[in-house]
Design a binder for this molecule. Structure first.
Ligand SMILES: [Zn+2]
Length: 248
């Protein structure tokens, strides 16, 4: 911690850890003192709880309650409790788990049936249709006309039958610290590494920035496609997209 503070030359640390994490707080405060970095403690007000919140005496009670509900679940629990939640039917489909990116957490995620790094790989036609329809519906709700909504949706979600994910040749990979499918992916350590090295394994960044006019798809700094090592090396060296590479 102290080494990190010195190396990254922080001016200020805001410690917003949980009130129960007393040891963590002490470590942070101590590191700040030694590194000469200003330290602020942020404590949430104890009674500032959201309206409509539901309380349970323990994890089991929460799991029982969730089993009677539908829809997706954002879990910010510690990875130690994951196994209890994994008892929920459809857990892997419903749950979005946010855990610290440590090997033990990842192992717990995998044991609970989750895939913590690769966020999208093979998709069936039905799945692609569902994603595309959801996108169109969201745009319609925003006031788009039907044809405009379909056109705009097609730039972000491939139309059913045209997605590389249906081929089984594409993967979406995100950084555990940033799982947003937007341009901020580009700055993550995972993408920096993948953009530099994926060609060595036969994968290319399929929809690069500045090539949207040619690919017809927005910049996707998370979507990689397997093209084989030779083609990947040439595409990488030439700085072209697949359409340009294949053009006669
Ligand atoms: Zn993708």
């Amino acid at each position: 911690m102290e080494a990190l503070l010195v190396r990254e030359r922080f001016d200020l640390v805001v410690d917003a850890t949980h009130p129960y994490a007393a040891e963590v707080t002490e470590n942070i405060a101590q590191a700040c003192r030694r590194a000469g970095v200003e330290y602020l403690r942020l404590l949430r007000e104890a009674d500032a709880l959201p309206e409509g919140a539901v309380y349970f005496p323990d994890t089991e009670a929460a799991v029982n309650w969730l089993a009677e509900t539908e829809g997706n679940i954002l879990l910010t629990t510690g990875s130690k409790d994951l196994a209890k939640y994994a008892a929920l039917p459809d857990f892997a489909r419903r749950a979005y788990v946010r855990v610290l990116p440590m090997e033990a957490s990842l192992t717990a995620c995998r044991a609970a049936g989750l895939s913590p790094v690769i966020c999208s790989a093979y998709r069936s036609y039905e799945k692609q249709e569902e994603l595309y329809r959801n996108k169109v519906d969201r745009l319609l709700a925003q006031g788009y006309a039907q044809t405009d909504a379909e056109e705009e949706a097609g730039r972000e979600v491939a139309r059913p039958g045209t997605s590389e994910h249906q081929l089984g040749l594409a993967v979406d990979i995100v950084d555990l610290d940033n799982q947003n499918l937007d341009e901020t992916q580009e700055d993550t350590a995972v993408q920096q590494w993948l953009m530099a090295h994926s060609w060595e394994y036969g994968f290319i960044l399929r929809y690069p920035g500045g090539k949207s006019e040619i690919t017809g798809i927005i910049y996707e700094p998370w979507h990689y496609r397997y093209v084989g090592r030779d083609a990947a090396a040439e595409i990488y060296e030439q700085g072209v997209c697949l359409e340009e590479y294949l053009a006669p």
